[in-house]
Design a binder for this molecule. Structure first.
Ligand code: PXL
Length: 274
């Protein structure tokens, strides 16, 4: 059977809009088999994160080991990694099992503004830059994350290119910076740098407050595309279109930003987001 297996190493969102839940829905929608390793369980709804229960790093490693010992994994996505000890444990297992097609979503702050790391930011950033990124195939920061990772202010496409080139210099072959947080126009630009050229993906801004889980969904769609053997330029374009469509038909549930409709376009499930 040629079913591709894709692993997410991330946190659980009890509201099921982001984290592991968004990742598994994305994998299912894209026709790959999703595996999941939990780093943390969050108590959260559409409005805020009210608690984080961290999984011990040894147990994160144990989950990864159980999966790689059993099957071939075509791509891996990392999301909420919480602290440096978990980053180290995850890197160690990725090296041990020669994990391929690693997609790093450098999650630090939730859409709601709540912190998802339990660590000094400088130490966390140092571990992502120097230990995780050299193992990765692509990193997918949004503007605030790219600013934290590079220490540079990003106000437009020129700054995005400088930041992307700097991150690529850390040893990750591909960098995509998502431009959604530059809220100056109707159109927004995501930028891919593959070490040779910059590719700009221009999309229409989807006017919705239901953006919970967009970053997780984008990175998971990238991982699924890589697992299916597509080239990186197509993978990024497809992931962007997938997220936009899921936002267009998103669900207005809860009192704040609702979740995406990961199955928009799948017949009745995607009717109207009601
Ligand atoms: O979008 C970042 C993110 C990642 N992981 C978990 C989250 C969120 C945002 O809410 O809850 C578990």
């Amino acid at each position: 059977m040629n079913l591709k297996k894709v692993l997410t190493v991330a946190g659980s969102d009890s509201g099921a809009g982001a984290g592991i839940q968004a990742d598994l829905k994305t994998f299912s929608a894209m026709g790959v088999y999703g595996l999941n390793v939990l780093t943390a369980v969050t108590a959260q709804n559409t409005a805020s994160v009210t608690g984080i229960h961290v999984i011990p790093p040894e147990f994160v490693a144990k989950q990864i080991t159980a999966l790689f010992e059993d099957m071939e994994i075509a791509a891996v996505k990392t999301g909420m990694l919480v602290n440096v000890d978990i980053i180290d444990a995850v890197c160690e297992q990725f090296i041990r099992f020669k994990a391929e097609n690693i997609v790093v979503d450098p999650v630090m702050i939730a859409t709601s503004g709540d912190h998802l790391i339990d660590e000094q930011v400088e130490n966390f950033v140092e571990a992502i830059r120097n230990r995780l990124l050299p193992l990765a195939f692509i990193v997918t920061p949004n503007i605030p994350e790219a600013e934290i990772l590079t220490g540079r202010k990003i106000t437009g496409i020129v700054d995005m290119k400088v930041a992307a080139a700097e991150l690529q210099g850390l040893g990750v072959p591909n960098v995509v910076i998502k431009g959604g947080h530059l809220n100056n126009e109707d159109n927004l630009v995501d930028l891919l740098f593959d070490g040779n050229e910059f590719v700009e993906y221009i999309g229409k801004r989807v006017l919705t407050q239901n953006t919970h889980g967009t970053g997780c969904t984008f990175a998971s769609a990238v991982a699924a595309g890589l697992a299916l053997g597509k080239n990186i330029k197509d993978v990024v374009g497809d992931a962007k279109r997938y997220v936009s469509y899921a936002m267009e038909y998103s669900y207005s549930i809860g009192r704040s930003g609702g979740p995406l409709n990961h199955f928009a376009g799948f017949g009745r499930l995607g009717d109207d987001g009601e």
